[in-house]
Structure formats: C-alpha cells, structure tokens
Design a protein around this ligand. Sequence first.
Ligand SMILES: Nc1ncnc2c1ncn2[C@@H]1O[C@H](COP(=O)(O)OP(=O)(O)OP(=O)(O)O)[C@@H](O)[C@H]1O
Ligand SMILES: [Mg+2]
Length: 234
Amino acid sequence: MLLQVDGLSCRYGRVSAVNDVSLAVREGTIVAIVGSNGAGKTTLLRTLSGIHDAAAGCIVFAGSDITRLAAAKRVAVGLVQVPEGRQIFGALSVEENLKLGAYTRPANEISAGLEQVFVLFPVLAERRAGEAGALSGGEQQMLAIGRALMAQPRLLLLDEPSLGLAPMMVEFILEKIVELNRRGLSVVVVEQNASLALEIAHDAYVLETGRVVKSGEACALLRDPAVVEAYLGG
Ligand SMILES: Nc1ncnc2c1ncn2[C@@H]1O[C@H](COP(=O)(O)OP(=O)(O)OP(=O)(O)O)[C@@H](O)[C@H]1O
Ligand SMILES: [Mg+2]
C-alpha cells in the first residue's frame, strides 16, 4: 500500500470532525472520498498532509509512519495536497506561483518541472508572466494542480477540484487527473460531486459525519442503491 490510514480521528477542540477512519491507497490508483457538506472530507485531507494534527490513529506513507511528521516533510517525501478553493497567490505571477510549489526540490529541477506543467496545461505557459489573480476559475484550478506537481508528488491529494467550475472545465480537469494517474501518479480526490469522483476512481469511501459508512470499488458504489439515493440524486 502506498498510503495506509488506521483509526484516524481529528478534532477541533471538543468537536470531533473525523472519527476512527481507516483507508488505504494502492500505488497507481485513484481513490475517491465522497460525502456531503461537513462530512469531514477537508479535515481528513488536511490531516493526511499534516496541516491539521491527528487526535488518534496512524498514517503510514510508503512504509513510513508519518503521523507526527511536519507538513513540509510530507511534501518532501511525495505527499502533496491541492487545497480546497485553490489558494493561489493572486498578486504573484503564474510562474511565481508554480515555483512556490517546488520549495522542497533542488533548484536544478525547477525548469524541467515548469516544462512538465506547461505541457499538461498549455494555457498556463501563455499566461506565465501574468498575474495569477487574473486567471479564470478553471485556470486557477490548473495552476493549483500545477503548483502541487512542481513538488514531484507520489500521491496527490485533491480537495474538491470541480468546485465552482463550468461543466466543460470540470470534464477537462478530470481528464487531466486521469492522464496523470495513467502516468503513474496515485491520487486521492475528495468531492461533494460524488458521481464525478466515482467515475474516475478505482476505489472509494463514503464519509458521513466523520465516519466511513461505505467503501469498495468505485464502480460497485456507483451501482449501490443506497449510495445512488443519498449521493447521486436517486
Ligand atoms: N476550523 C474549524 N473549527 C471548528 N470546526 C470546524 C472547523 N473546520 C471544520 N469544522 C467542522 O468539522 C466538520 C467537518 O468539516 P470539513 O470542512 O472537514 O467537512 P467537508 O466534508 O470538507 O465539508 P465541505 O463539503 O463543506 O467542504 C464540520 O462539522 C465543520 O463544521
Ligand atoms: Mg471541504
């Protein structure tokens, strides 16, 4: 397993947001985590990437226990998150935003990293000197993904990549995620839009009020009547 999470719990003070969650990511796969508003998806991802501390449980990545490892060190070993809402730096240029993603990498890798991102998202090459704040929502999502790729991840954590995007842009972004996965990148994608995430994923987990209530192959969950009724609009 590339990522193995056992009995993970996360709290905000006395409020429990994630409860006893166990999950696994096989190397080379896409894992979807679906669940409605407030289910704990973002908290779970932020705990995996080390931004939020685990209250209980353990996280093993590529054979090492990283439960107490600082966020920057997790990036250095290949666990990289694309945050909810993109969080790009609007006043910086596209290229400057991308370079920020490479802070754990040696300087001599940066131009090759930029080239990889520009091949994947040519529009970012056209806009490389422009302010990131002037990009459309879809382009900002590309930039957020590109910035994460600059860290040369082994596992990419994506928080709601489709949020607020027009349907065609959603399709485009999902195709790119699938393309990255075909080239060997493992992916965890969190989505309120369950059908989108389940369609591209190999395995999936359904989260409700911080607990895993269902898991299995994504294609099986897509056909599960309870999942269809609760998350896929019946
Ligand atoms: N900073 C915080 N302080 C206190 N409670 C929080 C905080 N952030 C989130 N929560 C609570 O933790 C729970 C899980 O929130 P989280 O943002 O992880 O859910 P989510 O599944 O990502 O939701 P959404 O689909 O809206 O993004 C919710 O009950 C939320 O109110
Ligand atoms: Mg969220």
